[in-house]
Design a protein around this ligand. Structure first.
Ligand code: PLP
Length: 385
């Protein structure tokens, strides 16, 4: 692009596919292309790959293979869990769902759909100014009608980590289903599903150096969701549709690599995080503050607020200016239209439209280096001078 340097600091939106992952997928397009439901050898090979992937993922996440369901993305996993649980309770006394105002649209829009189309009652908990939902808030919102609580593990814009262990224990003690959107936390912090009494959780391969188009829904064996996709009964009846074996092969390799690299990855994100903050302090003593919290936060996400008045900048132009200078950062969630709108999450946390627009999310990945941070700081100096 114009011969200039292009630095990707938007890894919370998506990541570059690992070359080993790409290579692992290739044979499944034109060599082992069988349908896993077929009884012949072609089908068997595909089925064996699918089941070995399921076992590996279950082992990595800390659950049973029968609790893993392949989906097309994190969005589908969240939709399937939330709508699937709700359909089981349709027309019963239990009609209350608890969620929060910092959820990803795939959660909040699913919940709003259930409210608008089916009359479910919704409580949207207000996160604190760090984007955190407390177990006490959840506890206080529970009524005898509550059947589902859905609170994300780590927020995609701020990196804030919620105490889902305590929340899931509260839910369990009351016999309420608990779903957590774990799309951003998997691979960025270490945890095992069997240490947290969750009913369901979601994973998306493209956030962890895997291909786009594949996700996982974890559904604990004591949890039941109504299916959303009807058809040939794949994925033990939960998710019909011929499985994408190349994508499953890609996800399997993604997880194999993650198992080996997770400690190194986390250390790498932590070092880049510390370095970025030290450089920001060095060059911008005033005028830059953090939207991301200091503690209980993913190390790969740093969300900063630039004082647009002090630097006399047009907030609406900020992300574009970074882009023109070869840096991809985000104004918030990239899952939307690409339009320059202030982040809903930051507005929910009390920032004004201009403050939200003058905030940027820098998110590191496995392939970023300290040089990338230096380049970012240079561009930031240029933009703010
Ligand atoms: N949940 C969170 C927290 C996310 O950040 C995203 C994607 O940005 C999703 C869900 C959706 O995942 P996918 O892009 O795989 O649909």
């Amino acid at each position: 692009m114009n011969g200039k340097k292009d630095i990707f600091l938007d890894n919370a939106s998506t990541t570059r596919v690992d070359e080993e992952v790409r290579d692992a997928m290739l044979p499944y397009f034109s060599e082992f292309y069988g349908n896993p439901s077929s009884v012949h050898q072609f089908g068997k090979k595909a089925m064996l790959l699918r089941e070995s992937a399921r076992e590996l993922i279950a082992d990595f996440l800390g659950c049973k293979p029968t609790e893993i369901f392949f989906t097309s993305c994190g969005t589908e996993s969240n939709n399937t869990a939330i709508k699937g649980f709700a359909l089981n309770f349709l027309g019963t006394q239990k009609n209350h769902i608890i969620t929060s105002n910092i959820e990803h649209p795939s959660v909040i829009q699913s919940v709003l759909f259930l409210k608008e189309k089916f009359g479910f009652e919704i409580t949207v908990l207000k996160a604190d100014n760090e984007g955190r939902v407390s177990p006490e808030q959840v506890q206080d919102a529970i009524t005898e009608k509550t059947f589902l609580i859905t609170v994300m593990h780590a927020n995609n814009e701020l990196g804030t980590i919620n105490d889902i262990k305590s929340i899931s224990e509260i839910a369990k003690s009351k016999g309420i289903y608990f779903h957590s959107d774990t799309v951003q936390s998997i691979g960025k912090i270490k945890f095992k599903l069997n240490e947290i009494p969750l009913n369901s959780a979601s994973l998306s391969a493209h956030k962890i150096y895997g291909p786009k188009g594949i996700g996982v829904l974890y559904l604990s064996e004591n949890s039941f969701v109504e299916k959303l996709l009807h058809g040939g009964g794949q994925e033990r009846g939960l998710r019909s549709g011929t499985e994408s074996i190349p994508l499953i092969a890609g996800l399997k390799k993604t997880i194999e690599i993650l198992i080996n690299k997770i400690d190194e990855d986390i250390e790498h994100y932590t070092k880049l995080n510390e370095y970025l903050k030290s450089q920001l302090t060095k060059y911008f003593r005033e005028g830059i503050s953090y939207n991301s919290p200091k503690e209980n936060v993913l190390q790969n996400i740093v969300n900063i607020k630039i004082d647009y008045r002090k630097f006399n900048i047009d907030p609406e132009m900020l992300i574009v200016k970074f882009d023109l200078n070869g840096i991809a950062v985000s104004a918030g969630s990239a899952c939307h239209s690409g339009a320059l709108k202030p982040s809903e999450i930051l507005l929910e946390l009390g920032l004004s439209e201009k403050e939200a627009l003058s905030s940027i999310r820098i998110s590191f990945g496995r392939y970023n280096t300290k040089d990338d941070i230096d380049f970012f700081i240079d561009v930031l100096k240029r933009i703010l001078q």
